[in-house]
Design a protein around this ligand. Structure first.
Ligand code: ADP
Length: 309
C-alpha cells in the first residue's frame, strides 16, 4: 500500500430526510485525512454526527455529497475493494449467544469469502486474548470479552483499517485499560485505527490525531498534543459565605471569573498562572471560603471554548 493517507474525506455532507420537513443536516462539509498507521479519534457529543460519518464509510448510510478515498481508491467507484480494506466494529454488543467465538469468526470469514486455508481464526482469538473462550458459548462472555469478540469479527478479512464506534461504551472501568492495550497492540501491528468516542480521556490515552465535530461541523482537527493545549484550562469553584468581597485582585490578574449564586467560578490556564498567585488574590479579596474545588476541563468545556472562537 503506497499511500501514506489511509482515508481522505473532502467536502462530505449528509442530509437525512432530504426535502422533507424533517430534513436534518448531520454532516456539514467535513474534510479530513487519516494518516496510515495512526490512531485517529473522532470526538463529539451525542448527536454530533460521529455514527453518520462511520456509517457512510461502512456503506450503511449513503452520503449526500462529497468525496472519500480509501488508500487513494474512490469509495464510490471501488466500493467493493474499499470495503475489504475496512473492518467496522459496531457500538452495540449484540452477539449470537448460541455460537462460540471460534464459530462466530468462522461464519464471519465465510461471509467475507475468506478461503479456509487463509483463515486465521485461532491467531485472531489469541490476539484479542479470547483463546481460552474459543469454544465457550458467547452468552457466557463478559462485556469486555464481547467487545473484543466484535473487534475479532471485524478482523477476519485482515483489513488495513479498523473502525471502532465507541469502543469502551458499556465496558467496566477496569476492562477499559485492557481494551485500550488491545487496540494499541493492533496499531503496533500496522493497523490504522479510527475510534469514535465522547470520552476525552480515551482519546488522550489512545489517539495520535483528533478531529472534533459538533452539530455536523468539524470544529478542530489536530494532533492530540495540540488539541490538549486548547484545554489548558481549569476551573476553580468556590462556595462563599456571603457576597461581601471585592474581586479587583482577580480582575487585575485578568482572570476570567463569574459569580453564580453562592459560588465564585474562576477559569485559569495552568500553563500561564500558578495556583498560589490565584490563592493570594483570593486572600486579598477577603472572600470567606466555605468550600473550594478545582475541576479539570472536560470535553464539554473544550466545545464551549471552540464554538465561541
Ligand atoms: P453521534 O453518533 O455523534 O451521536 P449521529 O451521527 O448518530 O451522531 O447523529 C447525527 C444527527 O443526525 C443527530 O441529530 C441525529 O438525530 C440525526 N440522525 C441520525 N440518524 C438519522 C436518521 N436515520 N434519520 C434522521 N436523522 C438522523
Amino acid at each position: 500500500m503506497s499511500s501514506d493517507v489511509a482515508i481522505s474525506v473532502r467536502g462530505l455532507n449528509k442530509i437525512y430526510s432530504l426535502g422533507s420537513k424533517n430534513e436534518k443536516l448531520a454532516l456539514n462539509n467535513i474534510s479530513l485525512k487519516v494518516q496510515k498507521g495512526s490512531i485517529f479519534g473522532l470526538l463529539g457529543p451525542n448527536g454530533a454526527g460521529k455514527s453518520t460519518f462511520i456509517n457512510i464509510l461502512a456503506d450503511l448510510v449513503k452520503k449526500t455529497s462529497g468525496h472519500i478515498d480509501i488508500f487513494d481508491m474512490s469509495h464510490d467507484e471501488k466500493l467493493k475493494d474499499v470495503k475489504k480494506l475496512m473492518g467496522i466494529v459496531p457500538q452495540e454488543l449484540n452477539i449470537d449467544p448460541f455460537f462460540t467465538p471460534y464459530e462466530l469468526l468462522e461464519i464471519q470469514a465465510g461471509l467475507f469469502g475468506v478461503p479456509k486455508n487463509r483463515r486465521r481464526t485461532n491467531e485472531i482469538l489469541e490476539l484479542l486474548a479470547l483463546e481460552e473462550k474459543s469454544h465457550a458459548y458467547a452468552r457466557t462472555l463478559s462485556g469486555g470479552m464481547r467487545r473484543r469478540l466484535l473487534i475479532a469479527k471485524a478482523m477476519v478479512h485482515d483489513p488495513e483499517i479498523l473502525i471502532l464506534d465507541e469502543p469502551t461504551a458499556g465496558v467496566d472501568v477496569e476492562l477499559r485499560a485492557n481494551l485500550w492495550a488491545n487496540i494499541k497492540n493492533l496499531n503496533k501491528r500496522g493497523k490504522t485505527i479510527i475510534i469514535t468516542t465522547h470520552y476525552l480521556h480515551e482519546a488522550e490515552e489512545l489517539c495520535n490525531d483528533i478531529a472534533i465535530i459538533d452539530e455536523g461541523k468539524l470544529i478542530a482537527k489536530d494532533t492530540t498534543s495540540n488539541i490538549k493545549s486548547f484545554i489548558d484550562r481549569k476551573k476553580i469553584i468556590i462556595s462563599f459565605e456571603n457576597y461581601s468581597f471585592d474581586l479587583d485582585s482577580l480582575t487585575n490578574l485578568n482572570l476570567e471569573h463569574k459569580i453564580d449564586g453562592d459560588q465564585l467560578i474562576i477559569i485559569y490556564k495552568p500553563s500561564e498562572i500558578k495556583i498560589n498567585i490565584i490563592l493570594e488574590a483570593l486572600r486579598l479579596s477577603k472572600i470567606q471560603i466555605k468550600d473550594l474545588s478545582i475541576k479539570e476541563t472536560n470535553l464539554e468545556d473544550v466545545f464551549l471554548k471552540l464554538i465561541k472562537t
